[in-house]
Design a protein around this ligand. Structure first.
Ligand SMILES: [Zn+2]
Length: 440
């Protein structure tokens, strides 16, 4: 068996483990995927070249740490951060069983194949190779195969970090979100936007709906707030990763020039096709109203309403700036509308001037000849927790040439999620080069 086919078989088993995370603490069942990984690593565990520990944050919510120690305490300890949980799948809308792990025409089908079980499988395969090698590595290698990434990590990495703030001596790490094609380049996440969720609580005066005179409906005020929200345009901020993104992705010199100009950028967005949404999100704070609630009964004018806002921030955006932005929008309504903190975390970024990032560039160039473009993810991942500890952390992966950034974004969490074996092979090849350079 080749390493690629071992990884593909492991991926299929992880799909079948069906660790569906609905956000309910009783969902997930990542213990099933942990057992799959323990079986995969059995020979190395028996030889004593890999140490494993299982953490259970709640019944069934297990994470596995598998560690190969290095011989040189000064050498890097590379973390491989993969999650085991997947988002739910609507079986009716799929062509094949989302938890069958079918291998058809060179593609593995199933929920989580792209996000991110193919990479978790490749991480485990790379770790096993190191553990079974005739000589131990100079540096260390630690697989963190964690639960609950899809719902924020309280039952996964966050719990693990509470119990092990030293995080097993990891000095640098790779995780999901990398390997997508950005023009002729391969995109690697080096930063992520932050989150500043807010709830706008609207208060009115209740009344019987049959005599509305003099009542002040919270629902009507909420409607006004929503209309105002639609007109809020947070300032465009083109950070240090903007130009590399534009240079990699846009060929037309005139369009490129407009995209580098904050004044002309928005008029250029419609010409960007599938990448427009990313370009919009990467250049500003975004505000999306997601949950709206008001009223209890058909015949009662509601005295309360609330609007939840999913707000994504840029590196450097403060909570105070967000609250000021919202307060400005609510001008004249501040007596009726209260801004409440809902959830959040800061944006994070790792420097591109690190030995690990240089090694990622070489690993990808070595595996398929491509150059890397560092980018900022619009969404969030567990990597932010490691960046928060000062550990340089990057996305990783090397997908086949048809995987544009927008196709990657479309495939994850979508019906008929699947990944080609060629992408698994490319990723594994790049990963082995990376691991070899950093720790052997
Ligand atoms: Zn993921």
């Amino acid at each position: 068996m080749t390493a690629t086919s071992d990884t593909v078989e492991l991926l299929r088993e992880l799909v079948r483990a069906a660790c569906v995370n609905t956000g309910d603490p009783a969902s997930g069942g990542e213990i099933r995927a942990v057992r799959v990984l323990q079986r995969f690593l059995a020979e190395a565990i028996a030889r004593g070249t890999v140490e494993t520990q299982v953490f259970e944050a709640a019944p069934g919510r297990s994470s596995l740490v598998a560690r190969v120690r290095g011989t040189d305490p000064e050498a890097p300890v590379l973390g491989l951060l993969g999650h085991l949980d997947v988002v739910p799948a609507d079986t009716e809308r799929w062509t094949r069983d989302p938890f069958g792990g079918d291998l058809v025409d060179g593609e593995v089908w199933g929920r989580g194949t792209v996000d991110m079980l193919y990479l978790t499988a490749a991480f485990a395969c790379a770790l096993r190779d190191v553990a079974l090698a005739p000589t131990p590595p100079r540096g260390g290698l630690v697989l963190l195969a964690v639960a609950d990434e899809e719902a924020g990590g309280d039952y996964g990495l966050r719990r693990l970090l509470q119990e092990h703030p030293d995080i097993f001596g990891i000095t640098e790490a790779v995780s999901e979100s990398g390997g997508m094609r950005m023009g002729a380049y391969v995109a690697i996440d080096v930063a992520e936007k932050g989150s500043a969720g807010r709830r706008l609580v609207v208060r009115g005066t209740p009344g019987h709906a049959s005599i509305p005179y003099g009542a002040h409906s919270a629902a009507v005020v909420a409607g006004e707030v929503l209309q105002r929200l639609a007109t809020v345009a947070p300032a465009i901020e083109l950070g240090p990763l903007w130009r590399p993104f534009v240079e990699a992705r846009v060929d037309d010199p005139a369009l490129k020039e407009r995209m580098l100009d904050p004044v002309r950028l928005d008029a250029a967005l419609p010409e960007l096709g599938g990448i427009a949404g990313y370009a919009h999100a990467a250049s500003r704070v975004t505000i999306s109203p997601t949950v709206l609630r008001s009223g209890q009964a058909h015949n009662v004018i509601p005295d309360e309403a609330y609007i939840d806002l999913d707000i994504r921030t840029l590196p450097g955006t403060t909570d105070k700036e967000i609250d000021l932005l919202l307060a400005g929008m609510l001008h004249g309504l501040s007596a009726e509308v209260e801004i409440r903190y809902l959830r959040g975390w800061p944006a994070t970024a790792s420097s591109v001037d690190t030995p690990l990032f240089a090694a990622i560039r070489r690993a990808i160039a070595g595996a398929d000849g491509s150059s890397v473009v560092p980018i900022m993810a619009a969404g969030g991942s567990d990597a932010r927790e490691l960046r928060g500890l000062g550990i340089p952390s990057y996305g990783f992966g090397l997908l086949s040439t048809e995987w544009s950034y927008e196709r990657y974004r479309e495939r994850i969490h979508a019906h008929d999620e699947r990944i080609d074996v060629a992408s698994v092979g490319l990723t594994l090849e790049a990963l082995r080069r990376l691991v070899s350079e950093r720790i052997s």
